[in-house]
Write a protein that binds this ligand. Structure first.
Ligand SMILES: [Zn+2]
Ligand SMILES: [Zn+2]
Length: 364
């Protein structure tokens, strides 16, 4: 009895995916068309196809695992024949091994552009003009590729489809193969008098200005894809895409943390201890007054709801975080020092002696 696992070179516990991959590789290598001088290729190929037919079907695989035998009539019924298996794997039949790729008009090229903006602009969204050099529809032929007055005509060989079916004799019998039409080279139409401006391509390189809407909420490094705004395709083929890379200049007031904005404030010792009203800038350029309560510690973070960045292409926005830093005074006047020592005495704190500090200062 044949061991189908061995034929495909996969372990008995191989996944369906592994089996598919193994078959695909073996089928390419041993295909009779790829080995025209090897008379044994056809037999090997049939064996591989048979193994795949059994192992790719969970029920048959289970039956095979139980030790059941299969007759010729059991095989290739699922797929409607060997040809169908190959069709499934190789697309357009045996011909190209990998499938004939249509050679119709080329899609337009993608274009990349950078847009520089401020954080405030990113918060509201902005409209920008971008100059790009990219293929544009040829104005002479309006994209058809044909000289005005000489319209392209439908290819008579393929009837405009661009592909033709060809019957081929192979070792496995007659096969229908789909290939590009050689008359129109896969285009489906024939241009007898190509447009002189664009040499029949239907497009020419041109500088143009694109108006681009940058939505609110973009971040530094955000890449926007504006579908169909890139280079124009050949003779009516789809346009490419425009990729816009957003660059946001560092902001003096805010550090962005996702959709939240972080603003740092510094309070004096007494302000942190006694509380303070602080004017905090907002990203739209205005400001708001925030009550910092008495007894605020350094590194405390206050949160202003919905004063951050808008969410990109979603509702809502982030918060504004206000982080407090308490500054310890470093250059006290004699009077301020006296007051602070008085304060220390009241609180029972024990700073170093005044005498020593003063002397140190004089030595500088
Ligand atoms: Zn033209
Ligand atoms: Zn044709």
């Amino acid at each position: 009895m044949k061991d189908y696992y061995e034929i495909l070179g996969v372990p008995r516990e191989a996944s369906q995916d592994d089996i598919k991959k193994a078959f695909r590789k073996l089928a390419r290598d041993t295909h009779p068309d790829a080995n025209p001088d090897d008379p044994g290729a056809e037999a090997r190929f049939r064996e591989i196809a048979e193994a795949y037919e059994i192992l790719s079907d969970p029920q048959r695989r289970a039956a095979f695992d139980r030790g059941e035998q299969f007759g010729a009539g059991d095989l290739f019924s699922n797929f409607g024949g060997l040809d169908d298996i190959l069709q499934q794997f190789f697309g357009g039949g045996f011909g190209g091994f990998g499938g004939a790729r249509p050679r119709g008009p080329q899609r337009g090229s993608d274009i990349g552009a950078n847009v520089d903006m401020t954080l405030a602009e990113a918060a509201t969204g902005v409209s920008r003009k971008i100059d790009v050099m990219a293929p544009e529809r040829c104005p002479t032929c309006v994209g058809s590729g044909a000289e005005p007055g000489h319209d392209p005509r439908r290819c008579p060989t393929c009837n405009g489809v661009g592909q033709v079916q060809v019957a081929r004799q192979t070792m496995l019998g007659q096969m229908m193969t789909v290939t590009d039409c050689s008359t129109c080279r896969g285009r489906g139409e024939i241009i007898d008098s190509p447009c002189k401006s664009c040499s029949g391509a239907g497009r020419i390189d041109a500088e143009r200005t694109l108006n681009v809407e940058i939505p609110a909420g973009v971040d530094d490094g955000t890449r926007l894809r504006l579908s169909g705004r890139g280079g124009v395709g050949e003779r009516g083929a789809p346009s490419g895409d425009l990729y816009v890379q957003v660059r946001i200049a560092p902001d003096p007031n805010f550090t962005r943390v996702g959709n939240d904005l972080l603003h740092k404030i510094t309070l004096g010792l007494s302000e942190a201890a006694l509380g303070k009203k602080v004017a905090v800038p907002l990203v739209d350029g205005s400001s708001t007054e925030v009550d910092i309560p008495a007894g605020t510690q350094s590194a405390t973070v206050f949160r202003l709801n919905k004063q951050g960045m808008p969410r990109l292409q979603r509702r809502g926005r982030g918060d504004l975080l206000i982080e407090v830093d308490v500054a310890v005074p470093t250059d006290l006047s004699a009077e301020a020092e006296d007051l602070l020592r008085e304060y220390a005495a009241l609180q029972g704190e024990e700073p170093v002696e005044a005498r020593r500090r003063r002397r140190k200062r004089r030595n500088r």
